[in-house]
Design a binder for this molecule. Sequence first.
Ligand SMILES: Nc1nc2c(ncn2[C@@H]2O[C@H](COP(=O)(O)OP(=O)(O)OP(=O)(O)O)[C@@H](O)[C@H]2O)c(=O)[nH]1
Length: 319
Amino acid sequence: MTSRPDTSDHDNFVGQVVNSLQLGVMVFNASGQIALWNRWLEEKSGKPAEQMLGRNFVEAFPYLARSRVQQSVQGVLTGGFPVVLSQSLHRAPFDLYQQSRPDEEPQRIQQAIRIAPLLGPDQRRWCLLQIEDVTQAVHREEVLWRQAEQLTHHSYHDALTNLPNRRRLMEYLEHEWGRARRARRPLAVLMVDIDHFKKYNDALGHQAGDRCLVQIAHTLQSTMRRASDLITRYGGEEFVAVLPETDNDGALQVAHAMLSAVATQQLAHPQSATGEWVTVSIGIACNTEWQDVPVCQLIEAADLALYRAKAAGRCRISC
Ligand SMILES: Nc1nc2c(ncn2[C@@H]2O[C@H](COP(=O)(O)OP(=O)(O)OP(=O)(O)O)[C@@H](O)[C@H]2O)c(=O)[nH]1
């Protein structure tokens, strides 16, 4: 059972309750003047109630003139409909600060704001504005977002080279392949493979092999010219590039750029039968004759072309 304090002490008691709340409570009277400013607000704003009571919204918060908060207070006083301001759109409208430790800089409080109508003692509509400190919730949300972004990045990128991985390749290729088929536009797939890479590992060690893969990955990436071009690590020492809006001639140009970019690196390969530097072979498949085949056939065609480039002596391109 709850008991009600003596009526004479009631106002003091309500005042005590309001000042003990761990949230900001502000009340505007029917003329829009601040009629209540609780202790939480005094502490977080550094402004005592005596300084704030009787002031209207714009006078008290000039930095919120014509803001969504001011409009909402006015809307509640005139229309009487409660408003909740989304914390992601209106994170910290009021100048309120929290200092966790004396030696720390005060941090601006992230705020969730509710504005609701009240029936005032003058029987007119007043406005209650509550401010909740949601700094920790916002911080947790940001951490979760960052983690989700990292997870997405890891599931679509290769850990060694940081290039998009095979999963990303297949999703992108399906998408672009569908578009190219619908619009009857060209699309090219290039399969790139490092020559004699097993011998490179055997001669220089697996870690040197890893460094070589990273360098070749970045070199191939540097040859991608359009925003829609995508180079991916297909697996092992194989890379696949997707070039939308690119016909066979365009694909040949990119493949030649890849061969020379790799040659320019002059990565010594002591065991290569092809030359003294690391080289790559490239197979090209273009969709002109493949309008109605599934995407895996385009990859297979590029793979076959790559096989021909290898068989013909490596460090070359085959279409
Ligand atoms: N260091 C390193 N080696 C890898 C990685 N992935 C695949 N390899 C190696 O790449 C080599 C590929 O060998 P093969 O498929 O025989 O091809 P290759 O030696 O390049 O010969 P060709 O392609 O015919 O020129 C294997 O020795 C794999 O172990 C990797 O992430 N790091």
